[in-house]
Design a protein around this ligand. Structure first.
Ligand code: H79
Length: 487
């Protein structure tokens, strides 16, 4: 199938099973592009599971995983995204495939290990690379021969989707718009589009509209052969090459929404200021371009009211597996990042990079399980919460569920008194780690004062659940008098 014929959509819609409670957006089938109408209530219903989830696992896995950051027996780098190794070593696609394919040997049952780890860490959804920039598709594609079906006689997408469902996890497809394999992918269309091979490539005739057919055809396969898919995560567009011109984006979005009415997608079919100029990105947000924005490798300094967002971040510094990257973040950093993001109303999509055989590096297993141990006691402060009411708190973060606030204490007060700038009356207050023990609270000039045990139940983030009378009535931050300088 070279490109999707609109006529087939009706059939696909009938056979694709729908999850109860999913969006009921009106879908009109027609050979000409039609807008899909959706009320804000319908949008909220469609986004609801994603907003409640707050924590997902990202998986970068492809041919680069087997290369593991090594080319010609030499480490390529110790830091940075090794899923870009083909570009870093400037390999053409044939050389790259020749080197990488023999090293990509998924062992049986690998996907089940991923999903068990995601579940244990407390993730509610998993987004994995169906194809990264290298162009190798993990499904058994009938469009082209650079895919797991043609090369390994396996459908790795099916294996991964089935494993996720077995663990009750939502599943998402990362899909690269950039493609270094397809000879028609025209990186010359805009300045600075990444492409591995330098030299006289401009002389090779490229027919980008044929590449768009390939992109649409593979997305069509992914959206119709695996049942209901929860997320599609496009990557990426640049200023000067985005949207309709680059990917026939509105047509692609329309097709995807027809095939998967409940799906949630990011907005990278269009150029969003994802990496740089980040603090302004939500002001440019347009829901016609996608459902949420994706700050990459960073956490916005404040929340973004009215805009859905998800920070995607690595455990070390690479997305794709590398033998040479040992810069693992600490368990404390990861847990505090999760809390920080939730306190600002965002989701955390935390990446793992399995090896070429699909196995997960031991450091990754330890870190994900560490987050899971914290979540076992404290996940109530994450799932289903919204941003806290405070601009900032000197000792930690706050998330909210109606009139219940979850105070995650990073800096346990030495004097045993925690000040919360709130005027409300307290209905109940206890530690999630010790829920039957009510904590004493008093109102003081700076707000509520909670009396704490002398030792934090968790030095990373100890969570206090406090239920108040009415909506949070936050005290204006007072200008604290400057501490006298030491004589
Ligand atoms: O899939 C991951 C990245 O490969 C992809 N998005 C995430 C989710 C991405 N594509 N482009 N970019 C990120 C921005 C460009 C980053 C780069 Fe680099 C800086 C390219 C070369 C230097 C990061 C570090 C990738 C390779 C080294």
């Amino acid at each position: 199938m070279k490109s999707l014929v609109p006529l087939s959509f009706g059939l696909l819609l009938v056979i694709a099973p729908c999850r109860a409670g999913d969006n009921t957006a009106e879908v009109t089938l027609s050979p000409t592009p039609v807008p899909i109408t959706e009320s804000s209530e319908q949008r909220d219903a469609r986004m609801s599971w994603w907003r409640d989830a707050r924590f997902g696992m990202f998986v970068h896995w492809g041919l680069y995983s087997g290369l593991a950051g090594t080319w010609n027996s030499k480490p390529v780098a110790t830091k940075g995204g090794m899923e870009w190794i083909q570009k870093m070593v400037k390999a053409d696609t044939d050389t790259y495939a020749r080197e990488a394919l023999p090293k990509f040997q998924p062992k049986p049952g690998f996907a089940s290990e991923w999903m068990k780890l995601a579940k244990e860490a407390g993730c509610k959804y998993v987004v994995f690379t169906t194809k990264h920039h290298e162009g190798f598709a993990l499904h058994d594609s009938k469009d082209g021969d650079f895919n797991a079906g043609a090369k390994l006689n396996r459908d790795l997408v099916r294996e991964i989707v089935e494993a996720a469902r077995a663990e009750g996890l939502r599943i998402g497809f990362y899909h690269s718009l950039i493609d270094w394999h397809d000879a028609n992918y025209d990186f010359t269309k805009a300045k600075g589009l990444p492409y591995p091979v330098g030299g006289n490539h401009e002389s090779i005739p490229r027919n980008h509209s044929k590449y768009i057919d390939h992109l649409h055809a593979q997305v069509g396969e992914l959206m119709t052969k695996y049942g209901p898919i929860d997320v599609v995560w496009w990557d990426f567009s640049s200023k000067g090459f985005e949207g309709d011109e680059a990917w026939h984006a509105s047509e692609l979005i329309r097709k995807v929404r027809e095939m998967q009415p409940g799906i949630v997608m990011n907005n990278r079919l269009y150029s969003a200021s994802t990496v740089k100029n980040a603090e302004n990105e939500h002001r440019e947000f347009n829901t016609a371009h996608g459902d949420f924005i994706t700050p990459e490798q960073r956490i916005p300094s404040t929340g973004m009211p009215g805009v859905d967002w998800e920070s995607c971040m690595t455990l070390n510094t690479t997305w794709g597996y590398s033998d040479h990257d040992h810069a693992w973040k600490s368990e404390q950093t990861l847990i505090r990042n999760l809390v920080d993001i939730a306190s600002k109303g965002g989701n955390y999509l935390l990446n793992i990079g399995p090896k070429g055989d699909g196995s997960i590096p031991p450091e990754t297993v330890t870190l994900m399980k560490g987050i899971g141990s914290w979540m076992k006691i404290n996940s109530e402060a994450i799932y289903g919460t919204t941003a806290g009411p405070f601009e900032s708190l000197p000792w930690g973060r706050c998330t909210r569920k109606g009139n219940t606030l979850y105070l995650s204490v990073f800096e346990w007060p030495k004097d045993g008194k925690l000040t919360v700038p709130l005027k409300n009356r307290v209905l109940s207050c206890s530690l999630l780690a010790d829920p039957s023990n009510q904590l004493t609270t008093n109102s003081g000039p700076l707000g509520l004062e909670i009396s704490l045990p002398s030792v934090a139940p968790d030095p990373t983030a100890a969570v206090i659940r406090i239920t108040i009378d009415g909506v949070p009535d936050v005290m204006e931050p007072m200008s604290t008098p400057k501490a006298p300088e030491n004589p």
